[in-house]
Design a binder for this molecule. Structure first.
Ligand code: G6Q
Length: 549
């Protein structure tokens, strides 16, 4: 048995569950008129209504006790203090230092990291100002109009998501492009849209060894040099963001054009570092600072609020309740905001790469479920697609409904419809529709007898389906910063409860290793690598189709 399942609070919650699993939220609301008020919380520009969950005061008490017994208070302090909590890589985990707006010292191996953080931020600010003001000119003395960010995973999704989310704050001259897929189609289509004289390429890679990124960057560089016909022009059009100065120089980017970050910044937690350069270029230094400020508000709240009033802790522990007690293995992110359409993908990586693990910190296997499958889509589109399963399917899949109170599109009439749907969905998921209500409704439509009764079971909604409603005052850099940090900390808390390392990602290595050998085989450079019969047949088929290899 794992340490977690032996905790008294873990067992006590099972005892509570035996009774709690019979509760229906409809009754919980009926018996407590203050429920919505009591189960709500505001932090900065974010408001969370968590009342539509299958929880009572006893559930929350039990969950917070579990958080304490699992050692959350000490782990939280350890992260903020820069201790090497990423034990399998022997690294600190300090995305909070990147937005430590109070500038209080944070030590790694005895060295305060804040001067480095501030100096890179200042360099980024200067560079972005030069590009945005038109002072930085390309090789034909024209200002930059297009930015192509080349990266993948944590070195792509964050900047891509934030730039999409904050489009209304973007520089009007700047067109942002993101290339991550090694499928040449993405780079090819992007290059069709840009001109070498006015394009800046940002190569984003923590390690600067990632095959997809380096392949795309090399092709982009060749495309550029073939047109500029001058190697020296590269300096005006290529910059790198990395922790690996040597590899950047070897690739042919002047280290003077490199923005640095450090091994204590995890890829999927790196948008606050120099990896956020595309964000700062697009939004400007002030808005990037606001993004950091928003995250810092959430950091401070997370570090200081009592667990009972702590937004990331509440979301995490309520998540644990569903995952580990109800056996709900999936979680939906449904932003009701077109600008947030990449948020589900971003949170999917953040959560699944962090907590998709089955080994405890001490090397023993887990004997409980860990990260749920995170998925989602803009909520309103989801309603016309997969919400059917969420309402009447057999799975329990909690849903985060995310929207902003203020209209960001400024087109009249749209926002009200959007918000009406958010609130209606949350209510429908909670209440459902009883057979009695269905009967009444059908009778009012003139149906009776068998015709009515045959339809009833199909139109019943069990309800009791959990949602969190997250309202932002408006979608702006500060609130988006708080929202992202909220999820980062929620995921951290769940990792602590499960006793796993949320900050490594060994699971992505195996496929990468095998791909190297197979790549050589596809190219005809290697013939007899040992494989199973299926893999061998697939390789043969590829080689036949690309005859000559
Ligand atoms: C994120 C992961 C992963 C990483 C990419 C890109 O936490 O580690 O998504 O960001 O594999 O890696 P590089 O930045 O090293 O190119």
């Amino acid at each position: 048995m794992s340490a977690l399942t032996q905790l008294p609070a873990w067992q006590a919650l099972w005892d509570h569950f035996a009774d709690a699993k019979h509760h229906h939220m409809r009754d919980l609301f009926d018996t407590d008129p203050q429920r919505a008020e009591r189960y709500a919380l505001e932090v900065g520009g974010l408001f969370l209504d968590y009342s539509k969950n299958r929880i009572t005061d006893d559930t929350l008490r039990g969950l917070m006790q579990l958080a304490r017994e699992a050692g959350l208070p000490a782990k939280l302090k350890a992260m903020f203090k820069g201790e090497k909590i990423n034990s399998t890589e022997n690294r600190a985990v300090l995305h909070v230092a990147l937005r430590n707006r109070t500038n209080s010292p944070i030590l790694v191996d005895g060295e305060d990291v804040m001067p480095k953080v501030n100096s890179v931020l200042a360099r980024m600010g200067k560079f972005c100002h030069a590009i945005r003001s038109g002072e930085w000119l390309g090789y034909t003395h024209q200002p930059i109009t297009d930015v192509v960010s080349i990266g993948i995973g944590g070195s792509d999704l964050g900047p891509l998501m934030v730039c999409s989310a904050l489009k209304p704050f973007g520089h009007p001259r700047m067109n942002m492009h993101f290339v991550s897929n090694v499928d040449g189609a993405q780079l090819k289509e992007t290059l069709k849209k840009v001109h070498p004289e006015t394009t800046l390429f940002i190569v984003e890679s923590k390690t600067f060894t990632t095959q997809e990124t380096l392949t795309n960057a090399l092709t982009a560089r060749e495309w550029f040099v073939a047109r500029a016909r001058d190697e020296k022009a590269v300096a005006k059009h290529f910059v790198a963001v990395s922790t690996n100065k040597k590899a950047v120089a070897e690739f042919g980017i002047d280290p003077a054009n490199m923005f640095e970050f450090w091994d204590w910044v995890g890829g999927r937690y790196s948008l606050w570092s120099a990896i956020g350069l595309p964000i700062m270029l697009y939004l400007g230094e002030e808005n990037f600072t606001e993004l950091l400020n928003g995250a810092h508000i959430m950091d401070q709240h997370f570090a200081n609020a009592s667990f009972e009033q702590n937004m990331p802790v509440l979301l995490a522990m309520i998540g644990i309740w569903y995952i580990n007690y109800y056996g709900g293995g999936s979680h939906v992110i449904a932003p009701y905001d077109q600008y947030l359409h990449r948020l589900p993908a971003f949170i999917q990586q953040l959560d699944m790469e962090s907590n998709g693990k089955q080994t405890c910190l001490d090397g023993s296997p887990v004997d409980f479920e860990t990260a749920p499958i995170i998925w989602g889509e803009t909520g309103i589109n989801g309603q016309h697609a997969f919400f059917q399963l969420l309402h009447q399917g057999t799975h329990i899949s909690p849903i985060d409904l995310i929207c902003s109170l203020q209209n960001s599109s400024s087109l009249p009439g749209h926002h009200e419809i959007l918000l009406a749907n958010v609130f209606a969905q949350a209510e429908a998921f909670m209440r459902g529709k009883t057979a009695e209500e269905v009967r009444e409704e059908l009778a009012a439509q003139g149906l009776k007898g068998d015709a009515l009764e045959t339809l009833v079971p199909h139109k019943v909604f069990g309800g009791n389906r959990p949602t969190n409603t997250l309202l932002m005052d408006r979608l702006d850099p500060r609130n988006l910063g708080s929202l992202i940090a909220l999820y980062e900390h929620k995921i951290f808390v769940q990792g602590v409860i499960w006793g796993i390392n949320s900050f490594d990602q060994w699971g992505v290595e195996l496929g990468k290793q095998l791909a190297k050998t197979i790549h050589a085989e596809l190219a005809g450079k290697l013939d007899d690598a040992p494989h199973d019969s299926s893999t061998k047949a697939l390789i043969r088929r590829y080689r036949r189709a690309n005859a000559g290899l």
